[in-house]
Design a protein. Sequence first.
Length: 280
Amino acid sequence: MQKTLVLGDIRISNDLPLVLVGGLNVFESRDMALEVAETCQGICGKLGIPYIFKASFDKANRSAMDAYRGPGLEQGLEIFRDIKTRLHLPLLTDIHEPWQAKVAAEVVDILQLPAFLSRQTDLVMAMARTGALVNIKKAQFLAPHEMQYILQKFEAAGNENLMLCERGSSFGYNNLIVDMLAFGIMKNFEYPVLFDVTHALQIPGGRPGGADGRRKNIAALARAGVSQKIAGLFLEVHPNPELAKCDGPCALRLDRLEDLLSQVKELDVLIKNQTEIETA
């Protein structure tokens, strides 16, 4: 029996229609954040896709010392407040230190546990104690079945408002792959599963001091993930990816979002209306 999370009018489950978690990799400006949030909201409203806006206030794990990190917690939360006031959208952001959990949860609706930090018990406990919904990124170095231990930490702290998010697995140096069987393994835990398509297309260390990416493969990978009957997609978009301050090479162009979502929604409806075939 697949669990259903409720966030206002949005219901999130592997058995329910696809949800989009989408937005910017990191805040670059208030105006850009509002542009992206409003555009995504309009497209999702037109297509009937529940929408959650995401962005980071700090990219704490950048490769190079001089890489852009973001405006920081205080300014970032101010931008989130502005988006919520103007657009009334549910919000998601990642945190990196235990003390940030309570502060961020007062503004955003979903806290995200970063992939690199997903086994940090003190961070997990702090996030769990807020009672907020939590999106748990699967670390690139973990097998899908190992996510059960992270889930158990949250459950032990009294929080079962949880989602799992696939974002690719390390495949030697400077490469990520997505194992389609991983979705089924994680769905066995019964929590909603999201697919972070854009981060799965990173080429870690592919550029001097940073990651490269494979933007041209976004549609193909998104279709493959949706075919696994999952709760939703996680996509980072940008008005001009070539000028993005972080992860531009794997960000979707904002003006391509509607075409992509139209296609994956059709596939999601088809897949979720089909009867499961027993092949064992």
